[in-house]
Design a protein around this ligand. Structure first.
Ligand SMILES: C[S@@+](CC[C@H](N)C(=O)[O-])C[C@H]1O[C@@H](n2cnc3c(N)ncnc32)[C@H](O)[C@@H]1O
Length: 254
C-alpha cells in the first residue's frame, strides 16, 4: 500500500514546518500545486533546493482532471507528496484526490500548513469568533461579474460578521486588491442594497508572510486609489458593529 501526503508549506520559506520537510524528504514523487496560491519565495525550484529532491510543477489540469497520472504512482508502489502554499485543505480543491486514493486502498494524510486564512485573521486582530463564510472575487466572464461575493458579504454583515475575501488567481492573471475593491463598488452600484459604501473600512493584507508584508485598514475610497504592490493580496470586510477593542486594533495596523 502506498501513501499520498497533502502538505501545507505555509506562506513562505520561514513558515515551513519540520513535519512538512520530513514528509517531503521521504516521498518518491513530489508535486508542487502551482495554481491554488502564490508565495514570494516558495516555488518548485526553491522546494527542490530545500528538499534535495526533484519537484514537479502541477497545474490545475493535472491535479483536477488528470488525477489518474498521480494515482498511477500510488498503484506502482510510490509515495506521493502534493505540496501546497498555505494549507492544503483551506480554500483549495484537493479533497477529491484524497478520497479517491483512500477508495483505492491507499493511505492518505494531511500535514496542515499556516494558511493565509489564519494569518490574515491573526494579523488583523479582529475577533476570530466573528468571521462568517469566506468568498472569492473572480474575474468577469464574458464581461459579466459574479455577484456571489456581494451576497455573501451582505449575509455576513446582516449577522454582524466579518468576511474574508480571496482574490482570483489564474495561471496568467492575479487579481489585485485595488481591482477587487472596484468590482465590489460596481456590484453596489448595480444592486444598491447598501452592503458596501466608499466610507466603509476595509482591511487589506499584502504579501503576508513575506519580508515586505503589510496589513492596513483603509476606507474603501482610499483603497480604490492605492497601489498595493505585487500580489498576492487578501481583503477582510469587517462587520459594521465592531467591538471597541477591534476599532482600537485596526487603528494600530500600518
Ligand atoms: C484560493 S486561496 C488559497 C489559500 C491557501 N490554500 C492557504 O491556505 O493559504 C489563494 C488566495 O489567497 C490570497 N493569498 C494567498 N496567500 C497570500 C498572501 N501571502 N498574502 C495575501 N494574500 C494571500 C490571495 O487572494 C490568493 O489569490
Amino acid at each position: 500500500m502506498s501513501a499520498i501526503h497533502f502538505i501545507g508549506l505555509g506562506l513562505s520559506k520561514r513558515f515551513l514546518t519540520n513535519a512538512a520537510l520530513q514528509t517531503l524528504r521521504n516521498c518518491d514523487v513530489i508535486y508542487f500545486d502551482f495554481y491554488t496560491s502564490l508565495s514570494c519565495d516558495l516555488s518548485p525550484e526553491s522546494l527542490a533546493e530545500i528538499t534535495g529532491k526533484k519537484v514537479v510543477s502541477a497545474t490545475r489540469d493535472l491535479l483536477e482532471r488528470r488525477e489518474r497520472e498521480i494515482l498511477l504512482h500510488l498503484e506502482n508502489g510510490k509515495d506521493v507528496c502534493i505540496a501546497t502554499v498555505g494549507d492544503p485543505m483551506i480554500a483549495t480543491t484537493h479533497v477529491s484526490l484524497f478520497t479517491e486514493a483512500v477508495r483505492r486502498g491507499h493511505e492518505a494524510k494531511v500535514i496542515p500548513g499556516l494558511s493565509v486564512h489564519c494569518y490574515a485573521i491573526s494579523r488583523s486582530m479582529l475577533s476570530s469568533y466573528k468571521f462568517g463564510k469566506s468568498v472569492t472575487i473572480t474575474f468577469p466572464v464574458s464581461g459579466k461579474l459574479d455577484f456571489t461575493p456581494y451576497n455573501v458579504i451582505k449575509q455576513n454583515r446582516d449577522r454582524g460578521l466579518h468576511t474574508i475575501v480571496y482574490l482570483d488567481l489564474k495561471e496568467d492573471m492575479v487579481m489585485t486588491a485595488q481591482l477587487a475593491i472596484s468590482y465590489l463598488l460596481k456590484m453596489e452600484d448595480e444592486l444598491k442594497e447598501r452592503v458596501i459604501s466608499e466610507d466603509d473600512l476595509v482591511v487589506i493584507g499584502e504579501r503576508l508572510g513575506c519580508q515586505d508584508e503589510r496589513m492596513r485598514a483603509l476606507r474603501m475610497s482610499e483603497a480604490l486609489a492605492t497601489d498595493f504592490g505585487k500580489p498576492p493580496h487578501i481583503i477582510i470586510i469587517p462587520a459594521r458593529n465592531l467591538y471597541d477593542m477591534e476599532v482600537e486594533a485596526l487603528k494600530c495596523l500600518s
